[in-house]
Ligand binder design. Structure first.
Ligand SMILES: [Zn+2]
Length: 258
């Protein structure tokens, strides 16, 4: 029990640090900037951050959410993303203990946070995290479940890729503009690797439901903005992952096993 709490605190801290890193990755890669150079700085005055200004959450709180030099307000997104990531990291252990599910949950969490940052801020879903995540998931499947599951996962990913590509091509024709981003297609391919075909479709449906209120909201607000679908898709993926067993039971009742 004490050990469990200790592990969860460690994971939370690790999650904070990784979240801080994801914030840098998610805000720099879409602009084509390097992750390493220049060092972290204030976007307003260029002040290069000292080590004590780089501590996740704490620096933000102690500086009262402002740059220590020019006093420009810092985005609340920084501590929010860091805490979210820390929470998801300790949740992985709380839900699953050390297991395949825990590692898979961690990978999905990292992608969730990165997609949140880059898709909400820049309407871009980065390729790198999805490619790395897909490879890691496939290696895990091979290691934990053997070659048959591994090949089935690859087929499922391919099926989801072809399906989403068709939806996108048809959608582009019908709406005469880009209906789905290429990032969404790659994201759902990742779903296929994680879940197989049935649960991937469940995730797409759930993601659409989650995105709907936000889409309505943005269409009423004056800004003519596209709705980023990625964050809702990946949130749906995480939820379906957590409730995988009851959803499978439900599907088995009504849909023939695939
Ligand atoms: Zn500044």
């Amino acid at each position: 029990m004490i050990l469990d709490i200790y592990i969860m605190i460690l994971l939370f801290v690790l999650g904070l640090v990784m979240g801080s890193f994801f914030m840098v990755v998610g805000s720099r890669l879409p602009k084509g900037e390097s992750i390493i150079k220049p060092r972290s700085h204030c976007d307003e005055c260029g002040h290069i951050l000292e080590w004590y200004e780089l501590i996740p959450v704490f620096s933000f709180v102690f500086q009262l959410g402002r740059c220590s030099k020019c006093k420009t307000k810092l985005s609340i997104a920084y501590p929010f993303i860091e805490i979210l990531n820390g929470f998801l990291f300790s949740l992985s252990y709380a839900l699953y203990g050390f297991s395949y599910e825990m590692i898979a949950f961690l990978i999905i969490s990292c992608i969730l946070v990165l997609v949140f940052v880059s898709d909400f801020m820049y309407m871009i879903i980065l390729d790198e995290p999805l490619i790395i995540g897909s490879i890691l998931i496939l290696i895990l499947k091979l290691y934990f479940f053997g070659f048959n599951t591994f090949t089935r996962s690859i087929y499922s990913g391919l099926i989801m890729f072809i399906f989403m590509l068709l939806v996108k091509l048809i959608g582009d024709k019908v709406f005469k503009r880009e209906s789905l981003g290429g990032g969404d297609v790659k994201l759902v391919t990742f779903f296929g690797f994680v879940f197989g075909v049935r649960l991937s479709f469940v995730s797409i449906v759930l993601g659409s439901f989650l995105a709907f209120p936000y889409a309505i909201f943005t269409s009423f607000s004056k800004k003519d903005r596209e709705v980023p679908f990625g964050p809702f898709l990946i949130l749906a993926l995480l939820l379906v992952f957590i409730y995988m067993e009851p959803i499978k039971d439900f599907l088995n009742l009504f849909v023939f096993g695939l």
